[in-house]
Structures are given as C-alpha cells and as structure tokens.
Write a protein that binds this ligand. Structure first.
Ligand SMILES: CC(=O)N[C@H]1[C@@H](OP(=O)(O)OP(=O)(O)OC[C@H]2O[C@@H](n3ccc(=O)[nH]c3=O)[C@H](O)[C@@H]2O)O[C@H](CO)[C@@H](O)[C@@H]1O
Ligand SMILES: C=C(OP(=O)(O)O)C(=O)O
Length: 418
C-alpha cells in the first residue's frame, strides 16, 4: 500500500495551480445522465473519485473519454439503470445517479452507499424528496429500487437538514419533472450553484441556486453541454493552511476567492496576510507562527466541515488554545488520535476538539482514515521534526490531484513510497 514520507521543516513558498473541484465535478458528470446528447467538461481533476464516476457511467453503457482535464460523456446508448454495490461502496456520491436516472428513464436501482468513517450519512432526504415527486421506492437486498409511471411531478419539498447531496439529487430530478419544484432549506454551497449553471446551459430552468429556496421549472428534455468545473475551494484552503503552518508565502492560481470567505477570514484571524484577485489568493505568514482560532463548522456560507481537520492541524502548532466544533458529521475527529501521536495536545469533548497550541510536533507513523483527516496529517508532517509517514493515502488520492508534486513545487520534501 502506498504511503507518503514527509520530511518536515520546509517553509512553503511559490505558486500552485488549483484543480477543478471534486465536489462540483462529481454531480456535473452525473448530470450528463439527464441527456442523450454529448456532454463535455473541462477543468476536471484527475482523482480516484472521478475515475469511479466514469466507471459507474460506463457500466451503465455510457461512452466516456478523458484527456488531461477534459472529459466527454455520451449517454446515447445507455443500457442499464443499475448502480452496483462494488462501485457505490467506494464513493458515496454515487447515490447522485438516482435522481437523474429515475427522471430520465423512469426506473433506477442504486446500491445504498452505507455509512463511512466520518458518520452514518443517511439518504432519507434524497428518497423522501423523490417520493414527493411521485417515485415508488423500495429497499431490496441493499439496493434502492425506484420507479415512476410517466414523468416525475414537480413538488414543494422541505428538507429538515441542510444537505448538499439531497439538494443536488432533487435539483437534477426536478429538471426533467413535469411542472415546478421548490426546494426549501436547500444547501447553498458553491458546488450547487455550479450544478445549476450547468443544468441551465443544458436547457433546464433552475432559479435562485445559492439561496435556501431553489425553484426548478421542469422541461421535457435537456441538451448537450460544454462546461468548465469550478475551482476546488477545499484544495485551495488546504494549500493556504499548509502555507500558514510553515510560516510561508503561497499564491493559489486558478482559484475562486469568492467561495472561501469563511476560511479566509479565519486565516486572517490566525495572523496571515491574505490578498485576492479575480482568480487568485495569496497568503503571506511572514515567517510567523499562527495564532489559534475557534472554528464551528456549518453549512455554506458557514465554515466548511471539509476544512475542519486542516484547521485542527493549524491550531495544534499555533500560539494559544483554539476550540474546533464539528456540527455536520458525528465522527469527524479521526485525525485527532493520529495528531496526538505526533505530540499534538488536543482534548476531545463531545463534538469539540480543544487544541492547546504547541510550537513543535514530532514526525511519526500515522494512518489516514478519511480524505480531509489525511490532509491534516500531511500538514502536520510539513512542520514536524524529522520524518512523518502517512499510511493509507488512497483516501488522499480520492480528493487531491498530485498533492505531493504540488507541495514539493512549493518547497516541501515529500516522497510517495510503497
Ligand atoms: C461529494 C460531496 O459533495 N461531498 C460533500 C457533501 O457530502 P454529502 O452531500 O454527503 O453531505 P450532506 O450535505 O448531505 O450532509 C450534511 C448532513 O446531512 C445529513 N443528511 C444528509 C442526507 C440525508 O438524506 N439525510 C441526512 O440526515 C448528513 O448525515 C450530514 O449530517 O457535503 C458535505 C457537507 O458539506 C461535505 O462534507 C462533503 O465533502
Ligand atoms: C467528505 C468528503 O467527500 P465525500 O462526500 O465524497 O465522502 C470530502 O470531500 O471531504
């Protein structure tokens, strides 16, 4: 199994090019299921989850090509409506195929994704919303089996928890439903807006994405698209935190500063000088040690849960005590025991991680348990004394394109070893 070997102590400096967003690209590629016409996507990151998505589409009969950051998908000969367990179990976002396949073909079978390291992650909101639109849904042998007579019907759907995935699934289904759908208490993440923009380019009529009340006027069919994926705000934030903990100066190019307000404001509070242009963000820590910050995760525009682990890593080497509160997922502190193995002083109290800043960490062998936990261990390894070995980096490869090459380009000393 591959590992990363990190020699700590470098100060990160220079420019890094940000990739397209995993969490935008996944629903966008899946939205191609809504049309038989050819879809083309650019700025698609080269990640394991993207490969899984293309495998999933191919298994259903899609013809896909991928060259550098350009992906094309032709669903004109789709011949299966089944998303099998073998692929769904490796990527929870696979559940997003349910709404589009059902809306387009009247039937779908998708394996239940099940829980994962960070929490139980139920899909009740996805299923309830589709039922409100007229779907018949049963669970059999671990699969969600859904069908509808004729077209789905537009409905007013209230979600009692803010869910990115449910909002995306229902928005895609509603795009081809008969009549209008209103999604109440919808998620407002930038990736939702990106999906709405792409759907509208395909001929959908989605309004007010980015607010908590999205309206979708269903249309009978959707057309081809040629769409550029939004820059990855979580990758950007991860590089900025890595720069901050090493006291460095890093400029993220091809970024989307307007998607990172909560993260940038916490980095400024930690003492960083942060400047933004239209598509770049530069962080300068001026060689200083960061000051600790309190963080509470919340749906967008609040502080993203996908940046929580990285800020725990920042707090453990910062001056002062910072409290990190996780409100979205019930088990998203798996990085804490691993960071403690490196000398971090963290008390876990319910959903709070109380981080008592320590000016140094020691390299150790640590285990990646999920995607962002892995990123926090890499960040800690950059400042630790000596060598840190991060095991199980397949988690990291789900969501970070060439992470060691990009960090080495900024002066880090990281090797992939088997
Ligand atoms: C591929 C993708 O985009 N993944 C992101 C997406 O995951 P994902 O879309 O799975 O996360 P959700 O926004 O759905 O989850 C938010 C909360 O809602 C709960 N919930 C969700 C659905 C449901 O039917 N019932 C329910 O109770 C979840 O357990 C969780 O507590 O948003 C998360 C929250 O910003 C991010 O951490 C993930 O990186
Ligand atoms: C939790 C994440 O992804 P996923 O929803 O694909 O597990 C993430 O990107 O941090």
């Amino acid at each position: 199994m591959e590992k990363l070997s990190i020699q700590g102590g470098s100060v990160l400096q220079g420019d890094v090019v940000i990739s397209g967003a995993k969490n935008a690209a996944l629903p966008l590629l899946i939205a191609s299921l809504l049309t038989k016409q050819k879809c083309r996507f650019t700025n698609v990151p080269d990640l394991r989850d993207i490969t899984t998505t293309l495998d999933l589409l191919s298994i259903m009969g899609a013809k896909t090509t991928r060259e550098n950051d350009v992906v094309t998908i032709d669903n004109s000969e789709l011949n299966s409506h089944v998303a099998p367990y073998e692929l769904v179990k490796t990527m929870r976002a696979s559940i997003l195929v349910l709404g589009p396949i059902l809306a387009h073909y009247g039937q779908a079978e998708v394996s239940l994704p099940g829980g994962c390291a960070i929490g139980a992650r139920p899909v009740n909101l996805h299923l309830n919303g589709l039922r409100q639109m007229g779907a018949n849904i049963v669970m059999e042998e671990g699969y969600v089996k859904a069908s509808v007579d004729g077209r789905l019907k537009g409905a007013r759907i209230f979600m009692d928890v803010v869910s990115v995935g449910a909002t995306e699934n229902l928005m895609m289904a509603a795009a081809l439903a008969e009549g209008s759908t209103v999604l109440e208490n919808a998620a407002r993440e930038p990736e939702i807006v990106d999906l709405a923009n792409c759907l509208n380019q395909m001929g959908a009529r989605v309004k007010h994405a980015g607010t908590d009340k999205i309206t979708i006027e269903g249309v009978a069919e959707l057309n081809a698209c040629d769409y550029r994926v939004l820059p990855d705000r979580i990758e950007t934030g991860t590089f900025l935190v890595a720069a901050a903990v090493t006291g460095g100066k890093v400029k993220c190019l091809n970024a989307a500063p307007e998607t990172l307000d909560a993260v940038l404001s916490k980095l400024r509070e930690a003492g960083a000088i942060v400047e933004c242009g239209d598509d770049w963000i530069e962080l300068d820590m001026q060689g200083k040690r960061p000051a600790s910050v309190n963080i509470k995760t919340a749906p967008h525009p609040g502080f993203p849960t996908d940046m929580q682990a990285q800020f725990v890593a920042l707090n453990v080497i910062a001056s002062g005590t910072g409290v990190v509160t996780e409100t979205i997922f019930e088990n998203r502190f798996m990085h804490v025991p691993e960071l403690q193995r490196m000398g971090a002083v963290i008390d876990l109290e319910a959903n709070n991680a109380v981080c008592r800043g320590h000016s140094s960490l020691n390299g150790a062998q640590v285990m990646a348990t999920d995607l962002r936990a892995s990123a926090s261990l890499v960040i800690a390894g950059l400042v630790a004394k000596g060598e840190t070995i991060v095991d199980r980096i397949y988690h990291l490869d789900r969501g970070y394109e060439c992470i060691e090459a990009k960090l080495n380009g900024l002066g880090a000393n990281i090797k992939r070893v088997s």
